[in-house]
Design a protein around this ligand. Structure first.
Ligand code: ADP
Length: 176
């Protein structure tokens, strides 16, 4: 039997988890850990989106992601600025992973998944439900708390907490 006709042969399943990750939170990390178990390779891809004004540069976001996923051997960190489906093809990835926290997320994600399907039928979107512990957690909430010097240690890994402190270091003028 040729290797091609042997349907027991394992196909290398590559998934992409795209997002802003500005910065990565425990909510993202939970999805990364769970998705990494479902695929041979998981590429966490930071969207280099010029229309958003991020707090962290793409390089900073990638470094933080690499730092907090160091113990996951099948997770790779990358970035992209192309159309997602085109990036997927270039990485030979078949599956898009997205997380869902709420009905609001669902509506937006359904629209995105339908658009991507329209663009490329060969690419599947898989949704993972949030860990209820993190259903309220977003990068924006974390930035809002950190801006006012509030506690974020239950929301982000220590490396991210330190990076946030670096961004929001109070200057003398801030106490007025
Ligand atoms: P984007 O700008 O693409 O929405 P985000 O970094 O905000 O980028 O989110 C990336 C993905 O992670 C999205 O699918 C989002 O729904 C998911 N996500 C974000 N926070 C959480 C969380 N706390 N629990 C589960 N999924 C989450």
């Amino acid at each position: 039997m040729s290797p091609r006709s042997n349907n027991l042969e394992h196909e290398h399943r590559i998934a992409v988890y795209p997002g802003s990750f500005d910065p990565v939170t425990f909510g993202h990390l939970d999805i990364i850990r769970r998705a990494a178990k479902q695929f041979d390779q998981l590429i966490v891809a930071v969207l280099n989106n010029t229309s958003k004004r991020p707090l962290f540069s793409v390089d900073e976001r990638k470094k933080l992601l690499a730092d907090v996923t160091r113990d996951l051997p099948n997770v790779e960190i990358d970035s992209f600025r192309d159309l997602l489906v085109r990036y997927m093809r270039s990485r030979q990835a078949q599956v898009i992973v997205r997380g869902i926290r709420s009905v609001t997320d669902f509506e937006y994600e359904l629209q995105m998944a339908s658009t991507n399907r329209q663009l490329d039928e060969g690419i599947e979107t898989v949704f993972m439900m949030t860990n209820p512990k993190y259903s309220y957690l977003s990068s924006s909430i974390v930035k809002e708390i950190a801006k006012f010097n509030g506690p974020v240690q239950d929301l982000v890994p220590p490396a991210v907490e330190a990076a946030l402190q670096g961004k929001y270091k109070p200057s003398l003028g801030d106490f007025n």
